[in-house]
Design a protein. Structure first.
Length: 173
């Protein structure tokens, strides 16, 4: 739910130093808010102090929030600690790999563009080949159904009777 930023109260926090908020502000501008802040039903901040402050610094009037009811002070402090202690940052190698993959998606190399173009070409070629084979099969079927009478084999001629005088020769007389 969207909550007016000015209505959120921030109780005493464990974290005193919010650090450099500019990268978070840049992220909020670029991709928006990925995770809601957590508030009590009276809009007291449980977690998300940096997000709240960065959004306010950007001039946002509202922020996405999740209301969590039924928490005592102990449980709210546990949630604040849990959110900040047990998250794991990327290793430098993971960050580098992620940026490389993102760069490759945003700026495909010439060889990648060529592979894609070749793939599209062969895809179209296969389509036209299938279409030509289908047309040939349909044409052959149509020709078979319309075979003219001239192409049918001629009936066999009756056997000729022997000419007069041939019978004597056959008898050897």
């Amino acid at each position: 739910m969207q909550v007016p930023i000015e209505s959120v109260t921030v109780p005493e926090r464990v974290r005193k130093d919010l650090g450099d908020l500019q990268p978070l502000m840049d992220s909020l501008k670029r991709v928006g808010q990925l995770h809601p802040i957590r508030l009590t039903p009276t809009y007291e901040l449980i977690s998300g102090h940096r997000r709240l402050t960065a959004a306010g610094n950007l001039g946002w009037k509202t922020i996405d929030a999740e209301i969590v009811a039924g928490l005592d002070e102990t449980r709210r402090l546990e949630m604040e600690l849990e959110e900040n202690i047990y998250r794991k940052d990327f290793t430098p190698d993971e960050v580098l790999e992620g940026w490389k993959r993102l760069d490759a998606l945003k700026h495909p190399t010439v060889s990648r563009r060529i592979r894609k173009a070749i793939g599209r070409f062969f895809g179209r070629l296969a389509f036209w080949k299938r279409r030509a084979r289908k047309a040939e099969a349909e044409l052959a079927e149509a020709k078979k159904d319309e075979a003219p009478a001239a192409e049918l084999p001629a009936p066999a001629a009756p056997e000729a009777e022997p000419a007069p005088g041939d019978a004597d020769e056959s008898l050897g007389v």
